[in-house]
Write a protein that binds this ligand. Structure first.
Ligand code: SF4
Ligand code: SF4
Length: 399
């Protein structure tokens, strides 16, 4: 599909299949995606090694880490069955091995076991985990030193809000963890922060959170909370379209300046990934396609994504994941660039589609068009454009 984009110095045509721009409306069907992986390569394996968590965060989508089931950690027999299953499929490479929880460092023995055992049979490009950063014992330190996994550490900002959301004393422990990482020059981590009404009630704006993490000198991202606890919810709609466009402008500048630790607009991120790497999203979330990703729950059962572990499974996942099931999306010019978390849709947290599968509203086409317009303006200055394209790879979070 061709999208006409008007600018002050002429009309351009964006081919939403090949993600290319041209001054002529001629249609070129030259789809060239990077997501066709060779046989034997799995994009992602996600394993729930601990259904337990030592915190009890007020907005946890996983019901305090156990996804509505009993608190438990995965045992070695289950781990062996999973390893056997992966190996028997003839997998030669896993691009991302994600060991997850609950709090995965409560089962550090199995964390190490999976890496060591799987590495005997196949190549693992990257090990990742998400942690609350409160478990720091000698086994965790040893594992970090030996395997150097990529860590996403949950920290919601200053102590006053973090402890209110995640429990008294948790901020101090997580900061101790981050200080430890810095003391050993461990830079393979980022902070994931959740922005809530509690921040607003304490007079802490999104900008203040950006400043807090910028001064901490860490890579970070800030996401609006999604929770059944309506008291915590900050609606995305509260950010006006003009504020979101300003954020896109600032983000473009941050990429040009190679300000790697800046958090950039997710909309710009999706546009640049598609335009630079020709990466198409066939469904709302291609990650839940079992030919790309295998996800194991704590009992060894397979689910389509970690958000469907425990009692959180849903029969609607595949229906809601299909863009063709929504009339607005069927003919949407930017559907190939659009990602929408299906778990958020099912849990009723999406601002685009509700939990009954009804389309609400979507501003992404307007914002994506704005991104492309800004890229066209930038193209008049070849040096800045080439900085945007070349620096962007430093902002890619997941290979
Ligand atoms: S209408 Fe919105 S949700 Fe649907 S494909 Fe387009 S951008 Fe995505
Ligand atoms: S459905 Fe949402 S949480 Fe699950 S893999 Fe996709 S984006 Fe991630």
């Amino acid at each position: 599909m061709i999208k006409k984009i008007d600018t002050d110095f002429g009309t351009y045509y964006f081919d939403s299949i090949s993600f290319t721009l041209s001054s002529s409306p001629e249609y070129k069907n030259t789809s060239n995606t990077l997501d066709n992986l060779d046989d034997g390569i799995l994009k992602k394996v996600v394993i729930n090694i601990s259904n337990s968590c030592n915190l009890s965060c007020s907005y946890c989508y996983a019901d305090g880490g156990n996804y509505g089931m009993d608190n438990r950690v995965m045992d070695f027999d289950t781990a062996d069955k999973i390893i056997q299953e992966i190996v028997s499929k003839g997998i030669k490479q896993i691009n991302r091995l994600i060991l997850f929880g609950g709090e995965p460092f409560l089962n550090i023995e199995l964390f190490v076991y999976f890496i060591e055992k799987l590495s005997k049979f196949l190549n693992i490009l990257k090990v990742e985990t998400v942690t609350n950063g409160t478990v720091l014992n000698h086994r965790v330190k040893h594992m970090l030193n030996k395997f150097h996994p990529f860590l996403t550490i949950s920290l919601d900002g200053p102590e006053v809000v973090h402890d209110r959301l995640r429990g008294k004393g948790s901020h101090r422990k997580t900061l101790r963890f981050i200080k430890y990482l810095k003391s050993i020059d461990y830079d393979n981590f980022e902070i994931a922060s959740t922005y809530t009404r509690i921040h607003q009630k304490n007079g802490i704006s999104r900008e203040a959170i950006f400043k807090y993490f910028t001064e901490m000198d860490v890579h970070f991202n800030v996401n609006d909370v999604f929770s059944k606890n309506k008291v915590l919810i900050v609606k995305e709609m509260e950010k006006s379209l003009s504020e979101r466009k300003t954020f896109i402008d600032t983000s473009i500048q941050n990429v040009i300046d190679c300000n790697e630790k800046a958090f950039i607009s997710p909309i710009l991120y999706d546009v640049l990934i598609s335009m630079i790497y020709k990466s198409t999203n066939h469904t709302f979330c291609d990650d839940i396609d079992p030919s790309n990703t295998i996800t194991f729950d704590v009992d060894g059962s397979k689910k389509l994504c970690f958000r469907f572990w425990g009692s959180h499974n849903s029969p609607n996942v595949e229906t809601f994941n299909n863009k063709d099931n929504f009339s607005k999306c069927k003919d949407c010019w930017c559907r190939g660039m659009c990602i929408e978390c299906v778990a958020n849709v099912i849990d009723g947290y999406s601002t685009v589609i509700n939990e009954n599968g009804e389309f609400i509203e979507c501003h992404k086409p307007e914002l994506m068009e704005y991104c492309i317009q800004q890229i066209i303006y930038l193209s008049r200055d070849k040096e800045r454009l080439s900085k945007l394209v070349n620096n962007f790879r430093r902002f890619i979070r997941y290979a």
